[in-house]
Design a protein around this ligand. Structure first.
Ligand SMILES: Nc1ncnc2c1ncn2[C@@H]1O[C@H](COP(=O)(O)OP(=O)(O)OP(=O)(O)O)[C@@H](O)[C@H]1O
Ligand SMILES: [Mg+2]
Length: 375
């Protein structure tokens, strides 16, 4: 089939033509002309329909932000994994981007145009998870659909299956999964027919899976089968320099989805984000950014709003009753020097300085006042 792209009267068209061959001789031709916009609409509709079923991955490597060495290494490794077909195990605390990486690997792999099916292994009870993954045969159990049902491994055929929270898979399902990983074939529950499946597996967990193996909660043989290619995503606290880029990206996308003009972030507001504990990692950062914008009615992104959104203490205005200045010995002088040094390192940001010293901003302020007279 030949294809040509033309623009007529401002409308982009695609013309396809194919010869009609009868007994080895060209007898005519069939040509179709379609508006490109219409084809794109149709493509969108198909994608939405697939997405509705959860069989498509939306994220790609260009969605993954972060210029820290740690993030660059992760992206490089993941890109490398996308080029091969082995089973991938993604490890990382909550909100570090395990799902984004799984989708990006799929989309950069040779399976990109094929289904991407995600399963949260923690969301279903054991028996349901088993039939969800492997399907069941006609009349396999009471309540089973009479015609039987294909499992997710069959649905993901030729594509990628993403087994999220893999550590939560109960022992009986682990045994069945091991067989699929080894043999690349499944049998539906209540059936003995073997169905070959061509599926790439990406598994993820926020637990220490080796520890689960040591505690005999996770099969060792399955662990080694799954962790052929391992990707470790570092927590945000180990790559704080990525925070400004991420925050600015979340500000822009929150404003966009609220239909409001993008606000300029105050530098101090971005700085304070870098000092937060952020145990919920990138997801928590996105939440704080959104909350900050909502609190400021999408008009500003400033220090006061971030403090409020992240529930940080404001330094008290009143003279504190505790911590009256004591005699200024060497210890007090050293304490003052330490606090001043921390403040300098954090460019005057009290919350950050307090955090680096392991005390609350209120205590920092109180101690500074108490040590006022010290050299
Ligand atoms: N490097 C990144 N760049 C841009 N967005 C990111 C990045 N990492 C994570 N995100 C975003 O942060 C949110 C959380 O990421 P994701 O769902 O992939 O985390 P997770 O590790 O699967 O978390 P959980 O263990 O809680 O399921 C998502 O909205 C994702 O798009
Ligand atoms: Mg996840």
């Amino acid at each position: 089939m030949d294809e040509d792209f033309v623009t007529i009267g401002g409308t982009e068209l695609v013309m396809s033509s194919a010869p009609v061959i009868v007994d080895g001789q060209i007898r005519g031709a069939v040509a179709t002309i379609q508006e490109i916009g219409q084809i794109q609409d149709l493509d969108q509709k198909i994608r939405k329909k697939k997405l509705h079923k959860g069989h498509i991955a939306l994220k790609t490597f260009s969605d993954i932000l972060g210029e820290s060495e740690a993030m660059k290494t992760c992206k490089r490794t993941a890109l490398h994994f996308a080029g091969v077909d082995g089973t991938v195990l993604i490890l990382g605390k909550t909100g570090t981007g395990k799902e984004v990486f799984a989708q990006s690997i799929h989309n950069a792999s040779r399976r990109a145009q094929k289904p991407f099916v995600a399963v949260n292994c923690a969301a279903l009870p054991s028996s349901l998870l088993e039939s969800e993954l492997f399907g069941y045969a006609k009349g396999a159990f009471t309540g089973a659909r009479t015609e039987g049902k294909a499992g997710i491994f069959e649905l993901a055929h030729t594509g990628t299956i993403f087994l999220d929270e893999i550590s939560e898979i109960p022992p009986e399902v682990q045994a069945r999964l091991l067989r699929v990983v080894q043999e690349r074939e499944i049998t539906r529950i209540g059936d003995d027919k073997v169905i070959p499946v061509d599926v790439r597996i990406i598994a993820a967990t926020n637990r220490d899976l080796l520890e689960e193996v040591r505690e005999h909660r996770f099969r060792e043989d399955l662990y080694y089968r799954l962790s052929v290619l391992e990707l470790n995503l570092p927590p945000l606290s180990r790559r704080r320099q990525d925070i400004p880029d991420l925050a600015r990206h979340f500000i822009a996308s929150a404003c966009l989805s609220a239909g409001r003009p993008c606000v300029e972030a105050q530098d101090e507001a971005i700085d304070i984000l870098k000092t937060l504990p952020l145990n919920g990692n990138v997801r928590e950062l996105a939440n704080i950014v959104e909350k900050t914008l909502v609190m400021a009615n999408f008009k500003a992104f400033d220090l006061a709003a971030v403090r409020q959104a992240a529930r940080l203490e404001e330094p008290p205005e009143e003279e504190p009753t505790m911590g009256s200045p004591g005699p200024c010995g060497r210890l007090a002088a050293a304490e003052k020097a330490l606090i001043l040094q921390a403040l300098e390192e954090c460019r005057g940001n009290r919350t950050a300085a307090a955090q680096s010293l392991g005390i609350s901003p209120t205590t920092l302020w109180r101690r500074l006042k108490a040590l006022r007279a010290c050299p």
